[in-house]
Design a protein around this ligand. Structure first.
Ligand code: FAD
Ligand code: NAI
Length: 486
């Protein structure tokens, strides 16, 4: 007889594993099905984020930035290091240890919370009797079993978008997985796509010594980011970090040779150009993953972009079937996936309990973004260009890190914070940051916006001195033209 559960979660990335834990915390008998295997062929929970995304990329960003600091920045502090060298295999093994600690940590969390875990690919199976619970076939190698569940949460994530020109082999042409596992520093590194993955990977390998050229199709650099922040970032990445960033290009052909990759493209002036590199990273976005999920077996609605269609509560078109994370609309971010997972778990619990209350849902307008370059870029809410397009009248306050004592002490003075507030109500509409550790600072802005704060609210809050957070404080004061230190 097949095992029966209250909830079956398909996918153990940050959307799925968090949903499973929350369901179990609420007393629901929960199973989480995941097919991920690491390079050693072992089952590894945590999805893209823990295995080949957020965590390993941040480990390498930190290691390479430490190298950059010692090589180029510490001498300004009077610290001189001779005979500096970098041990890439050790850097990679440190990263791998961090990944293993977290992926095996999820297995422990599952045990602690009594979440059943099954390794294998989950496929939804049609049952002739609509009154029966949902059935999921789980296949791993030659083994197959079918489980039943009253509720299904699909959290199957996303995979890298492929280019028609060339196949990723993770030898010479790399996706994020290959880009995080290079055993030596390529002399010449090409990157297709100046998005989040492209810029983070460019930072790692440029700092370690590669000559990096990025080819971006769009005419503007970082078009999703506030224009002024994007301009500042472009200046720093090209002049200080030494990235070559070419925008407005059109790819013509990519050819892989024995030792190099040749990319033929038209530049922004439509002139034919050629780039020869030792390794090429393809980072042109990600696509929702519904491969062999069995959507067609059960009539699950997939939209034109390949996402599973959901409403604001992550409900699909099928009763008791939810979907969260990268596989549904909205930003492809780990924290967005996890918070949707929690909201769905609580909605299911309310349903099981027969509670009549408003279902939990995520406010997709207030999701923080961070790009972990140096300086970091972080934002929440609307950009200036979005406010202008929408015809919303706003006031802006801005303050540079150069005028902040803590930033000076750190020796990290590039960038600024900008606060955008409604011209009539003073309610904060967006906060944009480029500078040191803004990944940590953005949470204050998120909290303020969730509580519908005004710029005056932040201006009146006491901020510790000296701290980087004073830059946000001063930017908020600046909305009312009363910044003190500029
Ligand atoms: P995923 O993490 O993709 O997990 C889906 C899981 O489901 C996988 O384990 C997959 O094997 C499994 N699966 C799929 N189909 C099936 C099936 N049919 N049966 C069983 N299992 C299945 N986001 C951030 O917020 N911050 C960052 O710093 C950040 N850095 C990133 C760096 C890189 C290089 C990349 C590529 C992404 C990064 N992201 C980051 C994005 C983040 O990784 C994703 O948004 C997040 O992982 C999405 O979570 P998810 O649970 O929806 O899906
Ligand atoms: P992306 O959407 O951020 O950037 C892709 C870039 O490639 C875009 O600028 C696009 O214009 C460009 N592009 C597309 N087709 C092209 C072509 N044919 N030629 C040249 N350029 C082309 O996607 P990316 O970088 O692959 O990352 C995927 C997602 O993963 C991100 O959008 C984000 O959601 C997530 N992520 C988040 C991180 C974070 O939070 N720090 C880090 C890395 C990834």
């Amino acid at each position: 007889m097949s095992q029966s559960f209250d909830v079956a979660v398909i996918g153990a990335g940050p959307g799925g594993y968090v949903a499973a834990i929350r369901c179990a915390q609420l007393g629901l008998n929960t199973v989480c099905i995941d097919e991920w295997k690491n390079l050693q062929g072992k089952a590894s929970l945590g999805g893209t984020c823990l295995n080949v995304g957020c965590i390993p990329s941040k480990a390498l960003l930190e290691s390479s930035e430490n190298y950059e600091r010692v090589a180029h920045k510490y001498s300004g502090h009077g610290i001189k290091v001779e005979g500096l060298s970098v041990d890439i295999p050790m850097m990679l093994s440190r990263k791998d240890k961090i990944v293993t600690a977290f992926t095996s940590g999820i297995a422990m969390l599952f045990k602690k919370n009594k979440v059943s875990s099954i390794h294998g690919r989950g496929t939804l199976v049609k049952d002739k009797d609509d009154k029966k619970p949902w059935k999921v076939k789980v296949k791993s190698g030659d083994e197959e079993e079918t489980i039943e569940a009253k509720y299904i949460i699909i959290a199957t994530g996303s995979t890298p978008r492929q280019l028609p020109f060339v196949a990723v082999d993770n030898e010479r042409v790399l996706d994020n997985e290959g880009a995080l596992a290079l055993v030596e520093v390529p002399k010449r590194l090409g990157i297709i796509g100046a998005g989040v993955v492209g810029l983070e990977m460019a930072s790692v390998w440029r700092r370690l010594g590669s000559e990096v050229t990025i080819l971006e199709a769009l005419p503007e650099f970082l078009s999703v980011v506030d224009e002024q922040v994007a301009k500042e970032a472009h200046k720093i990445f090209t002049r200080e970090l030494g990235l070559e960033i070419l925008t407005g290009i059109k790819l013509i052909e990519i050819k892989t040779g024995k030792k190099t990759v040749i990319v033929k493209y038209l530049d922004a002036q439509a002139r034919a150009k050629k780039l020869e590199v030792d390794k090429l990273i393809v980072s042109v976005g990600r696509v929702p993953n519904t491969v062999e999920l069995g959507a067609e077996n059960v009539g699950l609605r997939i939209d034109d972009g390949g996402h599973i269609g959901v409403d604001s509560h992550c409900r699909t078109n099928l009763p008791n079937v939810y979907a969260v994370g990268d596989v549904v609309r909205g930003p492809m971010l780990a924290h967005k996936a996890s918070e949707e997972g929690i909201a769905v778990a609580e909605s299911i619990f309310a349903n099981v309990e027969g509670q009549v209350r408003e279902l939990t849902k995520l406010n997709l307008d207030i999701i923080p973004w961070v790009i972990y370059t140096s300086p970091e870029i972080a934002w929440v809410g609307k950009t200036e260009q979005e406010l202008k397009t929408a015809g919303i009248k706003y006031k802006a306050g801005q303050f540079p890190f150069m005028a902040n004592g803590r930033a000076r002490a750190l020796g990290e003075t590039s960038g600024f914070v900008k606060v955008l507030a409604d011209a009539n109500t003073d309610r904060i509409l967006g906060v944009h940051m480029i500078g040191p550790y803004v990944s940590e600072m953005i949470s204050e802005a998120v909290m303020a916006m969730e509580f519908a704060a005004s710029s005056e609210d932040i201006a009146r809050i006491v901020h510790a001195h000296p701290s980087l957070s004073e830059v946000l404080h001063e930017a908020a004061l600046g909305v009312d033209k009363r910044a003190l230190h500029i």
